[in-house]
Ligand binder design. Structure first.
Ligand code: DC
Length: 229
C-alpha cells in the first residue's frame, strides 16, 4: 500500500509522516531529503550550477539511497547524510535544482525503486501527482502562512537558529512560489487528493485523522497491514 502526502514547507508533513509510518509499520520515504542530499552533494563542490552542468555531474556523484529499519538512509561517498541537509541554504538550493529535468528524472527513478519495497508513506511535493499517482491514499497537507512560519521558526529555534518572522515568511513564500510555479512536476494537489488544512490542528490530531483514513482503506481492502492497535 502506498500513502502519498504532499504539501508546502511548514505544513507539518515530515513530523506527521514519520509518526504515521511508525504507527502503521510502513516505510517512511522523505523525498524532500533526496532533493536536499543532491543539493548538498552538488553544493559541496560548486554553487549555482545550471541544469546542464548538473546533468553532466549526476553520473559521477556517489549518492546512495536505501531503506533501512523503516526509513530512508542517504549516503554520500559512503558517509551518511543527516543534519547537514537540514538548513535553510540547502532547502533553498534543493528547491532551485528541483526545477531541472535531469534532477527530477534522476530522483524519480530512485523514488520509484524505493517505493517497490513494500508499504510506504511517501512525502514531498509531487508524490501524489507524479511519483506515485497510483497511491491508495493521497493527501495534500497544508496550513495558512502564519502557522507555517511559526512552526518553521520553532523548529529552527530548537536547533539554536533564531530567524525573524519576516525573514522566515519571505523564505517560505519564495519557496512556495518556486515549488508551485515550476514547469516540471509543480506542487499542487492531485485531483483525487484529500486536502487537509492543519492550521488549527496539532500533530496528534493530524496523525489520528490520517491513521483513520489509512485503516479505513486497509479494512476495506481486507488487508491486515497495520500493527497498530
Ligand atoms: O520537503 P523539503 O522542504 O525537504 O523539500 C526541499 C525542496 O525539495 C522543496 O522545496 C522542493 C524540492 N522537492 C521537490 O521538488 N519534490 C519533492 N517531491 C520533494 C521536494
Amino acid at each position: 500500500m502506498i500513502i502519498a502526502i504532499d504539501g508546502p514547507a511548514g505544513a507539518g508533513k515530515s513530523t506527521v509522516c514519520r509518526i504515521l509510518a511508525e504507527r502503521l509499520r510502513f516505510v517512511y520515504l522523505d523525498t524532500g531529503a533526496m532533493y536536499r542530499a543532491l543539493a548538498w552533494a552538488l553544493l559541496s563542490n560548486e554553487a549555482g550550477l545550471s541544469g546542464e552542468e548538473i546533468s553532466g555531474r549526476l553520473p559521477r556523484l556517489s549518492l546512495d539511497f536505501l531503506i533501512k529499519e523503516g526509513g530512508l538512509v542517504i549516503t554520500h561517498e559512503g558517509k551518511e547524510l543527516t543534519n547537514e541537509i537540514r538548513n535553510m541554504e540547502i532547502a533553498d538550493e534543493a528547491s532551485r535544482i528541483s526545477q531541472f529535468e535531469s534532477v527530477r528524472s534522476y530522483l524519480l527513478n530512485w523514488q520509484r525503486r524505493l517505493g517497490e519495497q513494500g508499504d510506504i508513506v511517501a512525502e514531498g511535493r509531487d508524490t501524489t501527482t507524479v511519483v506515485f499517482p497510483q497511491a491508495e491514499l493521497k493527501v495534500f497537507l497544508t496550513a495558512d502562512l502564519n502557522s507555517r512560519v511559526e512552526r518553521r521558526r520553532r523548529e529552527y529555534m530548537l536547533k539554536g537558529i533564531d530567524v525573524s518572522p519576516g525573514e522566515m515568511e519571505r523564505r517560505i513564500r519564495e519557496r512556495d512560489e518556486a515549488d508551485s510555479k515550476r514547469a516540471l512536476a509543480p506542487m499542487r494537489p492531485a485531483e483525487d487528493a484529500i486536502i487537509l488544512d492543519t492550521s488549527d490542528l496539532d500533530i496528534s490530531q493530524v496523525v489520528e485523522s490520517l491513521v483513520r483514513m489509512a485503516k479505513g482503506l486497509i479494512a476495506r481492502d481486507g488487508g491486515q497491514k497495520t500493527g497498530d492497535g
